[in-house]
Design a protein around this ligand. Structure first.
Ligand SMILES: Cc1ncc(COP(=O)(O)O)c(C=O)c1O
Length: 380
């Protein structure tokens, strides 16, 4: 029967405890969510600084539509202001806004290596744990792609030494989304320089949170391509690619997601800029400090109760259980006790590394974290 494979594939996912389902969230605050009439303490949000629940005091937030592609009539003053702010703050010549981080990552790689002749002399070097959007961009480009073991600089160096490509691009996340650990940005940058390569960092989980000033994993070092997203610590949505003017001018010619898609809504652009001003104010500093305190408290309690958390100093604190079925079972047990967190299973993470992904935010308080650890002790 035509398309009968749909049923078979769904059935197989269900049997393997890998079926993905959406949950309708009726209410969100920074650290609570309501699903199907029940309210949970939320440890699954990427709203690291707890700004999502704050109302914005800005009367100018009125215009919703950008009307068309930025290359037609969709490049608004709000988008321009946001790009300029980010260029100044992060030290880049030029920037482009995208409606999502997925689109930014995948389209930038596709565009960078869109010319078949150029692609033949080009090679991408991906960290093995890179986000799906980076992998898809690489696969959809014309250039060759190799992967190096996660954060393994020796392996990366060996791969670079073997390569005869003229245009080499090393690609990594700043803070890894499923493991919570950080890439060695300074080392990556030095290795890139040594091998005449460029560096691209996707700092979706570092921007706003990491660094002395909260500028992210690349506060000190400027990779040739930096992608930041607004859906996590910025509590908005969309993304920005920062680079030299030449790279951005090239993207304006060849980046199909940018050229053939409606520009970011001015409402989102203005909202994002106001959020960024908050994030880089004293209020932002206080929230980063509160988040850091929460991370330390969670790690101390986890160590005390012998809960094996992965080595991570970020807001993402994963507990690897291995088996997908068991991970789902523990997450469901926690749900019964009013704790909401994600059971992350393959293919999002490698086989036999299913995990509970705990995300801490500045909106949690001491009691919330103590309750989480108590419930973890009971459920594990
Ligand atoms: C590391 C990383 N990069 C990119 C993205 C995609 O960003 P967005 O949600 O804005 O599409 C995500 C995910 O959510 C992510 O975790």
């Amino acid at each position: 029967m035509a398309f009968s494979y749909l049923k078979t594939h769904l059935q197989k996912r269900r049997e393997d405890a890998l079926l993905r389902e959406r949950q309708l969230v009726s209410q969100h605050s920074s650290c609570h969510i309501s699903v199907a009439g029940k309210t949970y303490l939320n440890f699954a949000s990427n709203d690291y600084l707890g700004f999502a629940a704050d109302a914005l005091k800005n009367n100018e937030l009125t215009q919703l539509g950008s009307h068309s592609s930025p290359l037609v009539t969709g490049y608004t003053q709000a988008a321009h202001d946001l790009e300029s702010y980010l260029c100044n703050k992060l030290g880049y010549e030029s920037a482009l806004l995208f409606n999502s981080g997925f689109s930014a990552n995948s389209s930038v790689l596709k565009a960078l290596f869109q010319d078949q002749q150029v692609a033949q002399q080009s090679m991408m070097f991906h960290d093995k744990l890179n986000h799906a959007s980076l992998i898809d961009g690489g696969l959809n480009s014309q250039a060759a792609m190799v992967r190096f073991n996660h954060n393994d600089m020796k392996h990366l160096t060996a791969r670079l030494q073997k390569s005869k490509a003229t245009n080499k691009l090393i690609i990594s996340e700043g803070v890894f989304s499923m493991d919570g650990d950080s890439a060695p940005i300074a080392e990556l940058y030095a290795i890139a320089n040594e091998h005449n390569a460029w560096l691209m960092i996707d700092d979706a989980h570092g921007f706003g949170v990491q660094g002395e000033q909260g500028l992210g994993s690349c506060e000190q070092i400027k990779p040739q391509l930096l992608v930041i997203t607004f859906g996590k610590a910025v509590a908005s949505s969309g993304a920005c690619v920062l680079a030299s003017k030449e790279v951005i001018d090239y993207m304006l010619q060849y980046n199909r997601d940018y050229i053939y898609s409606t520009g970011m809504s001015p409402l989102i652009a203005q909202h994002t800029l106001v959020r960024l001003q908050q994030i880089y104010s004293q209020q932002g500093d206080q929230r980063r400090q509160k988040l850091a305190n929460n991370i330390t408290l969670f790690q101390q309690l986890a160590a005390e109760y012998k809960i094996a958390v992965m080595p991570s100093n970020s807001a993402i604190q994963p507990i690897v259980l291995g088996c997908a079925e068991q991970t789902l079972m523990v997450a469901n047990k926690l749900k019964q006790q009013g704790i909401w967190l994600s059971a992350i299973r393959p293919p999002t993470v490698p086989f036999n590394t299913a995990r509970l992904r705990i995300t801490l935010t500045a909106a949690h308080d001491k009691n919330d974290i103590e309750r989480l650890v108590n419930e973890l002790v009971n459920a594990l």
